[in-house]
Design a protein around this ligand. Structure first.
Ligand code: ZN
Length: 430
């Protein structure tokens, strides 16, 4: 039998049993191992013995990014420091950084479920995986690599950037799968196209890290490179790192690893569950994490659960793509707007490219104004500007009930970044 990295259980009931066992273990472990968790639980009057069913999860207090910041440099640590074999951190100024510790078992667990990503993406040990992701304390390219090696495919640890080298590796090593950000994927697709080397490469799949990207951007990359599949790989440093789920080849949502963590989707204001299928904040509770377990950790990421069953038949539940950050919400003329909503609207309009910027200004009349800079698609003449602007402004008005001025610019005029592209420029004074 081929090696599999899927959950050890086969039915949803068994999965729930596994979750309850993991939840009890985690609460006990955190209570006894971490003074910070002990205090939090004492303050909210809950003891490990109170957790007897999965519904008891709601008795537990929330954990937030300020818990992680307050405990700098080794917050919420629940094992002795000599059990810690590695740290990773989120970027940010000193004191704002979140540093997360890992035991060897945490690293092994991460490796195991990262190997599952490649399995879900339909790779085999014949595949060659170019890892154009960052390596280091901030960005966990190591997760991509350990998972790839455990899975048994060939890892090519290229690192990010350097398009000449990336193209050469694609040609020379016969790369079949590329892991990178969507922005870098687009840049690479354009370079490959410009150099006319598409026929010399064997690239079939791309796996994108957690950066948000529009459907239009995905279509463009897929088309330029003639790819079979693009996958979305979510992740955050607090929850091991990248690789906490992946969409399967049916692309009906991201299967997430419910045998490693419980996902709640809550209204960020009321902290109550949203109705199934509606958007809310992801709140995670780990089931096996030793060094820094997370109990009801508020991620600030927004998504929704995808109801029903995936055609692939997996018992692993699905969440949608990350639809934004609850912190990214723009309040414009008293309307709450997530950049992902604008992204979605632009993706549905013919004749425009995948790049755009949202610019917010406060003018002398004291009112706020929104300008959208949008690229025309390749080959679309600027005579179309007025027509396209009107269509875009109309759709924005219809769907999110605000007025925006639309400036069309030529294809390729907005900056491309190898990392994350900045899309919101808020020039309003606080
Ligand atoms: Zn599936």
């Amino acid at each position: 039998m081929t090696k599999t990295f899927m959950p050890a259980v086969e039915t949803e009931d068994e999965l729930r049993d596994l979750q309850l066992e993991g939840l009890k273990w985690t609460v006990n472990h955190a209570y006894n191992g971490s003074p910070a968790y002990l205090k939090k639980m004492n303050d909210s009057g809950v003891k490990p013995g109170d957790i007897q069913s999965l519904d008891d999860l709601t008795k537990l207090p929330f954990t937030t990014s300020s818990d992680l910041q307050e405990g700098y440099p080794f917050p919420l640590l629940s094992v002795p420091l000599d059990k810690v074999v590695r740290i990773h951190a989120s970027s940010g100024t000193t004191g704002k950084r979140k540093v997360l510790c890992y035991t060897q078992k945490d690293i092994d667990d991460w490796k195991h479920f990262f190997a599952r990503c490649y399995e879900i993406a339909g790779l085999t040990t014949e595949d060659r995986v170019q890892l154009a992701v960052g390596y280091g304390v901030w960005t966990a390219g190591l997760g991509f690599q350990l998972g790839c090696e455990a899975f048994g495919a060939m890892a090519i640890p290229a690192g990010p950037g350097n398009m000449d080298m990336q193209c050469q590796f694609l040609e020379d090593f016969g790369t079949t799968t590329m892991c990178c950000t969507a922005s870098m994927g687009l840049l690479l697709a354009e370079v490959v196209n410009k150099r006319g080397i598409k026929d010399k490469i064997r690239l079939k799949k791309m796996i994108f890290g957690s950066e948000r990207h529009s459907d239009a951007m995905s279509r463009r990359i897929k088309e330029l490179l003639g790819l079979e599949h693009l996958f979305d790989l979510p992740g955050m440093t607090e929850l091991y790192g990248p690789g906490t789920g992946l969409d399967c080849i049916h692309h009906t949502g991201i299967h997430y690893w419910a045998d490693y963590y419980i996902l709640e989707i809550l209204d960020p204001e009321t902290l109550q569950p949203v109705p199934e299928g509606e958007t809310g904040e992801m709140v995670v509770t780990t089931l096996k994490k030793e060094a820094v377990p997370l109990i009801r950790y508020r991620t600030r990421d927004l998504t929704r659960l995808v109801p029903g069953q995936c055609p692939c038949g997996s018992i692993l539940p699905r969440h949608d793509r990350i639809l934004g950050r609850s912190d990214d919400m723009i309040i414009f003329r008293a309307v709450n707007i997530y950049p992902s909503q604008i992204d979605h609207i632009l993706s549905g309009i013919e004749g425009i490219g995948s790049e755009y910027q949202i610019i917010l200004d406060r003018k002398e009349d004291g009112r706020d104004y929104m300008t959208l800079k949008v690229e025309r698609a390749q080959g679309i003449d600027q005579e179309k500007n007025t027509e396209l602007s009107n269509i875009i402004a109309g759709e924005i008005k219809n769907q999110i009930l605000v007025s925006a001025k639309v400036d069309l610019v030529g294809y390729g005029d907005l900056p491309r970044s190898e990392r994350k592209s900045k899309r919101v420029f808020d020039n309003r004074d606080e």
